[in-house]
Design a protein around this ligand. Structure first.
Ligand SMILES: Nc1ncnc2c1ncn2[C@@H]1O[C@H](COP(=O)(O)OP(=O)(O)O)[C@@H](O)[C@H]1O
Ligand SMILES: [Mg+2]
Length: 343
């Protein structure tokens, strides 16, 4: 593969150091994605320039015009501190006609709203948990069709922001409390969903037109405290010490029949197409005891650190981490080439 000029957009606080030596686990955990991507692409021979971006577009434009990257890698998860602005930054790249990795802005938007994505997916007769949205300041009354327990989340934040054990509620009083918490502390509307008891299942998909689906992956909760709900809270996702203590592990989902595996993987691909995703994404499900995969959410541009679920699932089928990143760069460039030739 010929060496490429790769501009990597990162949050300024997550600018990766040259070496991870001398940093604590928690520190490394904060920027491991940025570190893994930059160091792996460099090792593969590419000319890689990380650029910190928080609330200015001009530095991106300057780099695109003067350094002329072959492709821009978007690891940004926010702009002006707003998660929903990730799609706007990608739109800007699109308008500059520079190839970029990951998902297109329309797919980012469709996948983002936890209500919008579920509505679209449900239309295609794919099982989703029943839900209701409580806009800001709306009084909380539980619709009769939703039985307790329920789970209360921010409508459009991700990374389990605002998700803790208190998110699962088993009384109307706790429901009202938690919706108010989302409104006041997270500052967004709340979505309240039927709590699906079951296994936590992730399926990676890679591709623009021709899709490759990765093995069905499972997050397991080995050692939860008595009475805790097995859900991916902020701590489960981001606290390495907690993960160790509670034996939170991920790996290939075991004991699923070949039929069920095929059904889950096929469903993941249908969701990917329904939400107009491209590049790479992880589709999350809860698999109930009767073997129904309920769609929880689609994550375009999922966590791509070498140790995370997506890269681990790819490795499981022989796609090494450098190969995976190369594939992601190529998909970004192919999409841009397709657009120019179609125009
Ligand atoms: N309807 C649900 N039933 C059971 N668990 C859920 C449900 N919705 C979310 N969860 C749990 O909460 C976690 C985070 O929810 P998710 O919707 O993926 O939010 P985020 O975008 O913050 O990751 C999920 O990975 C799952 O463990
Ligand atoms: Mg999630």
């Amino acid at each position: 593969m010929k060496p490429l000029r790769v501009l990597v957009l990162v949050h300024p606080d997550l600018m990766p150091p040259e070496s991870s030596k001398g940093f604590s686990d928690q520190e490394i955990n904060n920027w491991k994605t940025e570190y893994d991507v930059v160091s792996t692409l460099r090792k593969a021979g590419h000319d890689v320039k990380p650029l910190g971006v928080a609330d200015e577009l001009k530095p991106i434009r300057d780099e695109v015009e003067t350094w002329k990257p072959d492709v821009v890698v978007t690891l940004l998860e926010e702009f002006h501190g707003e998660a929903i602005y990730d799609q706007n930054v990608v739109s800007f790249l699109e308008l500059m006609r520079v190839p970029y990795t990951g998902c297109n802005p329309r797919g980012l938007m469709l996948a983002r709203g936890k209500d919008l994505s579920k509505t679209l997916v449900h239309y295609h007769r794919i099982p989703v948990p029943a839900f209701v949205v409580f806009p800001m300041r709306r009084k909380v009354r539980r619709p009769a069709r939703l039985a307790l327990p329920l789970i209360v989340k921010s409508l459009n934040e991700d990374g389990s922001y605002g998700i803790s054990q208190a998110s699962v509620v088993d009384t109307d009083e706790k429901l009202a409390e938690r919706v108010n918490f989302i409104h006041e502390r997270i500052g967004t509307p709340a979505i309240v969903e039927q709590y699906i008891e079951g296994r936590e299942i992730y399926v990676g998909v890679v591709g623009n037109d021709r899709l490759r689906v990765l093995p069905v992956w499972e997050l397991t909760f080995g050692n939860m405290a008595e009475g805790d709900w097995p859900i991916a809270t902020e701590k489960v996702k981001h606290d390495p010490h907690y993960q160790e203590r509670r034996k939170i592990l991920h790996g290939p989902a075991k004991d699923l029949s070949p039929d069920l595996v095929a059904r889950i993987q096929n469903t993941a691909k249908r969701i990917y197409k329904t939400l107009e995703l491209d590049g790479y994404a992880r589709i999350d499900f809860r698999l109930s005891a009767d073997g129904t995969p309920y769609f929880l959410e689609a994550n375009p541009n999922p966590e791509i650190a070498a140790s995370e679920e997506f890269a681990a699932a790819a490795r499981h089928v022989g796609i090494t981490y450098p190969d995976l990143l190369q594939r992601i760069l190529t998909l970004g460039m192919q999409r841009a080439a397709g657009r120019v030739s179609a125009a």
